[in-house]
Write a new protein. Structure first.
Length: 522
């Protein structure tokens, strides 16, 4: 059963480690539990005393590596009481192993088993209690001190393993299981005790003796790693190389590059043309493109504009750059002229609209103005837009009403907006704004008509005022007569005044022209 406890560490002399199936090492301490599949490693002459799962002691000494399997318990050596072996017995045993004779020659007959000198198919049976320390001939042999057990000593060669290189193929990002032992030459019970890690992936050892290679994200190509196969007794090991070819998966479509385009612009003769070059989207890397002006009906030799060329660069994250071209005023009567700005040699982008058109209006630029108007509530206000002079090109301007004391939400007028276009040769246009009548007596109100975004002209007066007179407004009464003024009576030759009120006196000469029979009283 995998992961079964095999032994417990009783004591450690020097330094000793346990290496797991995945190749990881941990330093052994008394009380540590060793499990099936782990390898005891004792470098630099270290030794480990173990207690097997059945309680039998096992000392690992002068053994660089010992793989722990369930067979360890079945192969434990003689008891501690039989551990004292005569020096001469050991010497005899060593001599027999090195010679051609029977391994039991010269030894006393064992208490059980074949009689001394007996052989069976090239094997002999020797009861060993302890292998004496520092015996070079038995280097790399585990020392067993356990209950009475017969240990079979092969007169043939030690167990061997021959690891053979492997090759495997997988797709990008897909792990692959490699049965590395399938083509190896080994005895039953040999195990994979370790692997190296490849440069472009990772490897783990599986419980069934296979290994799993996982390529790194995005890696394609050839990767390699090594593995080590070890015999069951831990005495022999061999290393082989595994080559894995990782093929590309579905091709990754790179994102589309941004598109660079140049816009059109219209300017009055003598003004600076600001030509905008833009990207369809921001880029994480700098983007550059060359530009150059080129004659059309406007020419450099004719003095219509100053030529320009060069390279513009979009810094990462920016999407627009402005190029300026100076146009030149003259006193010639000429129509609208044009030149172009052309793009080429884009880096980090592709060119979409590569030609920008600069339109130059003649030196005479009409001016747009708007008048003010007064209407009675309920009437349509006719607002007049005017050009200072006719143009040989269409002229347009946008308009929109805006609240002042008259409001849309109050129902005083209907909002209006749009674009007014002056046909070539025309100088006036009319905008209509409907006012609304109500039964509410209210003071005079007003709304605004604003102009913006002129094309082919400039805006002089950008705002017109519409005054709305209330239809129910009562005319004010006439002013009262002036108050009377007191004056002194006067008299003069031929005339007299008495003043404005009350008796008065005057001195002077009165002359009368009386008709016949006309009484006169004083």
């Amino acid at each position: 059963m995998a992961n079964q406890a095999i032994a417990t560490v009783v004591s450690v002399s020097g330094t000793a480690y346990a290496r797991g199936p995945n190749g990881e090492l941990r330093e052994l301490q008394p009380g540590d539990v060793l499990r099936e599949g782990e390898t005891v490693v004792t470098p630099n002459g270290g030794s480990v005393e173990l207690a097997l799962e059945d309680g039998s002691p096992l000392t690992v000494v002068d053994v660089p590596e010992l793989l722990l399997t369930r067979d360890i318990v079945a192969e434990r050596a003689a008891s501690a009481q039989e551990s004292a072996v005569e020096d001469e017995t050991v010497e005899t045993l060593l001599a027999n192993l090195e010679g051609d004779g029977d391994i039991l020659d010269g030894l006393e007959a064992p208490a059980a088993g074949a009689e001394a000198g007996g052989v069976s198919e090239g094997h002999g049976f020797v009861r060993l209690a302890r292998i004496v320390e520092n015996t070079d001939e038995f280097h790399s042999v585990a020392r067993f001190t356990a209950t009475e057990t017969e240990l079979r000593v092969e007169e043939s060669a030690l167990l061997t393993v021959d690891a053979i290189d492997d090759a495997e193929t997988t797709e990008e990002g897909v792990p692959v299981v490699v049965a590395v032992k399938d083509n190896d030459v080994f005895v039953e019970g040999s195990v994979i005790t370790g692997t190296s890690q490849p440069a472009n992936g990772s490897v783990v050892i599986n419980d069934d003796g296979t290994v799993t290679y996982s390529p790194n994200d995005g890696f394609t190509g050839t990767d390699t790693f090594t593995y080590t196969a070890t015999t069951p007794d831990g005495n022999n090991a061999d290393t082989a190389t595994v080559t894995v070819v990782v093929t590309g998966g579905d091709p990754i479509t790179p994102p589309a590059p941004p598109v660079v385009s140049v816009g059109d612009v219209t300017v009055a003769e003598g003004d600076v043309a600001e030509v905008v070059v833009s990207l369809s989207k921001a880029s994480d890397n700098p983007v550059s493109v060359r530009f150059q002006s080129e004659d059309g009906t406007a020419t450099v030799v004719g003095g219509d504009y100053d030529p320009a060329s060069g390279t513009i660069t979009f810094a990462p994250g920016t999407t627009s750059v402005t190029i300026q071209f100076q146009t030149n005023a003259d006193e010639l009567q000429e129509g609208t002229e044009q030149f172009t700005v052309n793009l080429s040699d884009a880096a980090g982008a592709v060119i979409g609209d590569g030609e920008g058109v600069v339109t130059i209006l003649d030196g005479f630029t009409p001016v747009i103005s708007i008048n003010d108007v007064t209407v009675t509530e309920g009437q349509t206000a006719q607002v007049t837009l005017s050009l200072s002079g006719p143009s040989d090109q269409p002229v347009s301007v946008q308009f929109a009403t805006a609240d002042d004391s008259a409001t849309v939400i109050g129902g005083d007028y209907d909002p209006a907006s749009g674009t007014v276009t002056f046909a070539p040769g025309t100088t006036t246009a009319t905008v209509l704004v409907q006012t609304n009548e109500d039964a509410i007596e209210e003071p005079t109100e007003r709304l605004l008509v604003n102009l913006s975004n002129a094309s082919g002209a400039t805006i002089g007066d950008p705002q017109g005022v519409v005054t709305i007179v209330d239809g129910t407004e009562i005319s004010p009464p006439p002013p009262p007569p002036p108050p009377p003024v007191d004056t002194e009576p006067t008299a003069s030759d031929g005339a007299a005044t008495t003043g404005d009120a009350g008796p008065a006196s005057a001195s002077g000469t009165l002359a009368f022209d009386l008709g016949d029979d006309t009484p006169v009283t004083f």
